[in-house]
Design a protein around this ligand. Structure first.
Ligand SMILES: NC(=O)C1=CN([C@@H]2O[C@H](COP(=O)(O)OP(=O)(O)OC[C@H]3O[C@@H](n4cnc5c(N)ncnc54)[C@H](O)[C@@H]3O)[C@@H](O)[C@H]2O)C=CC1
Ligand SMILES: O=C(O)[C@H]1O[C@H](OP(=O)(O)OP(=O)(O)OC[C@H]2O[C@@H](n3ccc(=O)[nH]c3=O)[C@H](O)[C@@H]2O)[C@H](O)[C@@H](O)[C@@H]1O
Length: 448
């Protein structure tokens, strides 16, 4: 195994797996010299001790990148991925030049099958680019698997985090060799990480999870920092507010320490990277946008028109187990369907027709005669679905999971579509019945 470069991760793997030979390679000779000296190039509590025990046994440091590649079975790519300074995406996108040159080297030098593991923090779908580079430059007969295994350690607690990680994430393809590669890497971590903390996902989910985790963590700090300004103006104490908020088990106490703003090498660059990804995919971060996007998906899948089609809306409340409809996504969604002159047949176990009529006519502003003509409210999901072209699930009521979908399917026009806006339905069994199923935030896997 080699790691390019990723010192702390490498040292911990070596110390937990004495039978695995681990080599850190770096094109920077000075860094390698430092790793081989009594003054290693990174200060991390506990790292010095591990390196001094393992170095020369199963932990090696070298600038001979090519030899290390040829001898390795698994190759972690942990090179730097700073924010681009010039060109397209400058100031936001990640500079993948180092990833590219390391990947090219692996392709050109390898003489046997390799498992190449993305360890660096990269934009979503970087594995696809790596695959293209590997395939285009590989020697005849040499094959590669690519895994995504992002690093979640924080500086200052790196060894502790690596010894006892909350989770180890391994993204892989669902091909036979992709799964085998994932199992092999899992078996390395399983030497010291409980198996339930080793999580397998698709490649893209894994890549995106790393950026998303840093964005969510940074967002918590930004929130508490914004509250600190309000505390200053009002006389409240931010530490007291933070402690009291953190006692809510849904919020939790960690990462709520107000500060002068977050620093570090990663939060800023990874958030910019995520913003760039959202912008380049034309995804403005406006709450209302998510409603519109889902409504547009319904129209698109129903052959770009829903005029005079019948749409069953399952759920009107803003969440399950309540009859409350304030700011419910159903309002904007039904308005979009009515704008397209579709007939909407609504069923919600708790929201009465009078409430729906009030919300749609008074709050949303749909004229009374339009409501009367296009909206009907039903006593059961079965009657709502009758003669419909699509079912759109907008509230996560438990009973929607337990409906007899084959019975609903029989009553509907074909092709019968289901749009799951709450991720509660069993996609596979609905597809088997014959439904065209669309789930929020999911797409089919594209091989790389
Ligand atoms: N530092 C941290 O705490 C964490 C870093 N990460 C991610 O890990 C990656 C690396 O971060 P750092 O270690 O902080 O970066 P770094 O800049 O300290 O180290 C990167 C090293 O890669 C070497 N390198 C560049 N191209 C090479 C090539 N083709 N072959 C061999 N070596 C090459 C450089 O000489 C440099 O020493 C980044 O993507 C970062 O976002 C993720 C989690 C934590
Ligand atoms: O991708 C990465 O590189 C890493 O980025 C962060 O780790 P790191 O930047 O090393 O350190 P943090 O402990 O997250 O601190 C970052 C900044 O936030 C600040 N911070 C943190 C926590 C808090 O409550 N308040 C606060 O202001 C810290 O002082 C520091 O300036 C994440 O915590 C790691 O999970 C991630 O792997």
């Amino acid at each position: 195994m080699i790691i390019i470069p990723g010192g702390p991760t490498c040292a911990v793997i070596a110390s937990k797996c004495p039978d695995i030979s681990v080599t850190i390679v770096d094109i920077n000779q000075q860094r390698i010299d430092a790793w081989n000296s009594s003054k290693i190039p990174i200060y991390e509590p506990g790292l010095d001790e591990i390196v001094s025990v393992q170095r020369g046994k199963n932990l090696f440091f070298s600038s001979d990148v090519d030899t290390a590649i040829i001898e390795a079975d698994l190759i972690f790519v942990s090179v730097n991925t700073p924010t681009k300074k010039s060109g397209m995406g400058a100031g936001f996108a990640a500079d993948l030049a180092y990833i590219e040159s390391a990947t090219r080297r692996i392709a050109q030098v390898s003489t046997s099958h390799k498992i190449v593991i993305e360890k660096s923090t990269v934009p979503c779908r970087t594995a696809e680019s790596m695959r293209k580079i590997l395939d285009a430059n590989a020697r005849p007969g040499v094959t590669f698997d690519i895994l995504s295994n992002p690093e979640f350690l924080a500086e200052g607690t790196a060894i502790k985090d690596l010894m006892n990680p909350d989770r180890v994430l391994i993204g892989h393809l669902s091909t036979k060799s992709g799964v085998a590669a994932q199992q092999l890497l899992s078996s390395v971590y399983a030497r010291w990480v409980p198996v339930e903390r080793i999580v397998g996902t698709g490649l893209w989910s894994s890549e995106l999870t790393k950026l998303a985790s840093n964005a969510l963590l940074a967002q918590r700090i930004s929130s508490i920092n914004a509250l600190s300004a309000i505390c200053e103006a009002t006389g409240a104490d931010v530490d007291e507010v933070s402690r009291a908020c953190g006692l809510d088990s849904r919020i939790g106490p960690k990462f709520l320490k107000a500060s002068v703003g977050f620093g570090g090498s990663c939060f800023q660059k990874d958030i910019l990277n995520l913003v760039y990804l959202a912008k380049s995919l034309n995804l403005p971060e406006v709450a209302n946008y998510w409603n519109q996007r889902f409504a547009a998906k319904v129209v698109q899948e129903l052959f770009n028109t829903i005029t005079n089609k019948k749409i069953a809306v399952f759920g009107f409340a803003f969440k399950k187990d309540t009859g409350d409809t304030r700011e419910s996504p159903a309002l904007a969604m039904i308005k979009s369907f009515l704008d397209e002159k579709a007939h909407v047949r609504v069923y919600d176990p708790q929201v009465p027709e009078s409430q729906m009529r009030h919300d749609l006519t008074v709050e949303v502003g749909i004229p009374e005669d339009e409501y009367n003509k296009f909206v009907t409210v039903h006593e059961t999901a079965y009657s709502a679905a009758e003669d419909c072209d699509a079912i759109v699930v907008l509230t996560e009521w438990d009973e929607f999971k337990e409906l007899e979908y084959s019975k609903l399917y029989e009553k509907m026009n074909k092709p019968a579509c289901i749009f799951d806006g709450r991720l509660i339905l069993p996609v596979d069994s609905l597809s088997q019945i014959g439904f065209k199923v669309f789930s929020l935030g999911k797409s089919s896997e594209i091989d790389v």
